[in-house]
Design a protein around this ligand. Structure first.
Ligand SMILES: [Zn+2]
Length: 274
């Protein structure tokens, strides 16, 4: 067995690989031991996933959607106390169903005399055009392809040996090609409720797919709480996706039914810890 990223022998590796971090609510999309070697697994956790999860856009999302990390907590976020506009830190205590507000000492005194105050919470933060996001998406894109092919004989071998995947693989693992543009937009509200096949009310935590444009380009598309990201497997260009959207009334490929072979597949995970 060889690792998807460094291509080194990985038969003795001990870690399974979460395609999307557990701290983003992924409990189901996991690659078996050795598909990604322990070295690459550790590297991604520290240098790619952690910085991505710490982006304000992601900490606010995890806080607001109450997505716990492995230790069962969400990250703290910054808010404002009104009317003083004093910055405060908010912490969500999931098990106790409470939110605490950390107020600086000097402000605390003045609060004793006020009979009304409110806390302003951020609802969303912009995503930076930076390698933090594109390297994260590249890593997830390669692993999503592996998930599709993991049960096919020679499927993983194909991904490891496919030279056309080397640029995106090396962008994820080694940061090569410093700029790799991606496309992002909100396609539905983060709080949107859905009903699954068994009639249960759910929220979609994430869904993803690989799709091919009419021009023959392959894209990876993932939606996390309604925030859609797309990245091109074949090179640091996104124009083909923008063109595809224009020709398909801006419908997400995750929801398009125009694919002639009908092989789009959305993975939906119910947000069961809510
Ligand atoms: Zn490796």
């Amino acid at each position: 067995m060889r690792c998807l990223f460094c291509k080194k022998e990985s038969t003795t590796s001990k870690s399974v690989e979460h395609i999307i971090p557990e701290s983003l609510g992924n409990l189901s999309h996991i690659l078996p031991k050795g598909v990604v070697c322990d070295n690459c697994n550790n590297y991604f956790a520290r240098k790619v996933e952690k910085p991505f999860l710490e982006l304000p856009a992601m900490t606010i999302l995890r806080f607001n959607q109450m997505v716990p990390n492995k230790r069962g907590s969400t990250p703290p976020v910054s808010g404002f106390l009104m009317p003083s506009k004093c910055p405060v830190v908010l912490q969500n205590h999931l098990k106790a169903s409470t939110i605490s507000v950390e107020v600086p000492d000097e402000v605390f005194e003045s609060l004793r005399n006020s009979n009304k105050m409110s806390v302003i919470l951020p609802t969303e933060a912009p995503l930076p055009e930076s390698p933090i996001v594109s390297r994260f998406l590249s890593k997830v894109a390669i692993e999503a392809m592996a998930l599709k092919l993991v049960d096919h004989p020679k499927g993983l071998e194909y991904i490891v040996d496919e030279k056309q995947l080397d640029p995106i693989r090396n962008h994820a693992r080694y940061g090569q090609n410093i700029e790799w543009p991606y496309h992002s937009r909100r396609i539905y509200d983060a709080n949107k409720g859905w009903r699954n096949k068994t009639g249960k009310n759910i929220q979609v935590v994430h869904e993803f797919d690989i799709f091919k444009t009419e021009d023959g380009e392959y894209y990876f598309v993932i939606c996390i709480f309604g925030l859609e990201f797309s990245i091109n497997y074949s090179g640091p260009e996104i124009e083909g996706y923008i063109k595809w959207l224009k020709n398909h009334n801006d419908t997400s490929p995750l929801y398009s039914r125009k694919n002639p072979k009908g092989n789009y597949h959305s993975e939906i995970t119910s947000h069961e810890y809510l």
